[in-house]
Ligand binder design. Structure first.
Ligand code: SF4
Length: 287
């Protein structure tokens, strides 16, 4: 619908913003903070969104990368999970562990372990620097390879098992499966891609194809937000990746009457609403 004040039509992707796993983790963290408990930590940023992390800090929930936290009473495990050895160390620390690992990530961890126990060479398709993948590697035991999209495969064993970082596009998995089949005799695949990511990508692509500008909202350190920005750019449509409404610029919307907004799984509704309102203001100023 065209906004009367600005004359701009703003279309927000329906699935933009918090996914199930992130909402669950954030609710856990804010619930604990409401109980006025001191010494609440999250292992690593609970989600990849600096503004939410700051809000949690204001409520007394701090992020740490160190399981040895002397004053910790509660340690919340982030949505992406943590490596097995760190979990074991944390469990000996005497504080309460509240596991906010997304159940879908937990499933991927379970399958990585299962494949390893069944004697497969485990391939994890994903970004090796991402915390979720680092966690998956620890569950897959010793015989594990992390393969990023379009990477050349090394020589593989005859029995290969595949687990996928939850935010990977299905095209990457199809490509990898094709390449593995050229080498191996047996391939077992657990498609651990999360539907919410695929759905958000599909809805975003659809809207990006019918607007003049796409604004992608979310942390610059958020893999799935960056993926949305890359997807929009490839449509192609003029795309801007921002973290907050304060970054919007008047000139981006010059001669543009239809704007799409999408957001990563770790972007809260209040930031998406701020962006929508600011775009209306900008449109109004353009006359
Ligand atoms: S994107 Fe999917 S796997 Fe990742 S936290 Fe959200 S619901 Fe869980």
């Amino acid at each position: 619908m065209v906004d009367e004040r600005s004359g701009i039509e703003i279309v927000v992707v329906e699935s933009a913003g918090f996914c199930f796993g992130v909402k669950r983790a954030i609710d856990i963290a804010f619930d604990l903070a409401r109980k006025d408990r001191r010494g609440i930590y999250t292992f690593g940023p609970i989600i990849h969104n600096p503004q939410v992390i700051e809000k949690l800090r204001d409520k007394g929930v701090f992020s740490t990368e160190d399981v040895y936290q002397d004053d910790a009473k509660v340690m919340i495990i982030r949505t992406h999970g943590i490596p097995l050895d760190l979990m074991e160390k944390a469990s000996k620390m005497g504080y309460e562990i509240v596991d906010a690992t997304c159940p879908f990530v937990k499933k991927a961890q379970h399958y990585a372990k299962l494949l390893s126990e069944e004697g497969y060479q485990v391939i994890i398709l994903g970004d090796r620097d991402h915390p979720e993948v680092k966690g998956l590697v620890s569950y897959a035991g010793g015989d594990v390879l992390v393969i990023g999209d379009k990477e050349i495969l090394p020589e593989l064993k005859h029995r290969v098992g595949i687990v996928v970082q939850t935010t990977q596009p299905v095209e990457n998995l199809k490509r990898l499966m094709g390449k593995v089949m050229e080498q191996s005799k047996e391939m077992k695949v657990y498609n651990t891609i999360c539907n919410s990511t695929a759905q958000r990508l599909a809805e975003t692509a659809q809207i990006a194809g019918r607007v003049g500008v796409m604004v992608v909202v979310g942390g610059r350190n958020s893999a799935n937000t960056t993926q949305l920005a890359n997807l929009c750019s490839s449509v192609p449509v003029r795309t801007y990746h921002i973290e907050t409404a304060a970054e919007l610029k008047l000139e981006w919307f010059k001669d543009c009457r239809k704007v799409g907004i999408t957001a990563g799984a770790s972007t809260p509704d209040w930031i998406i609403n701020d962006v929508r309102e600011m775009i209306k203001d900008i449109g109004g100023r353009q006359g």
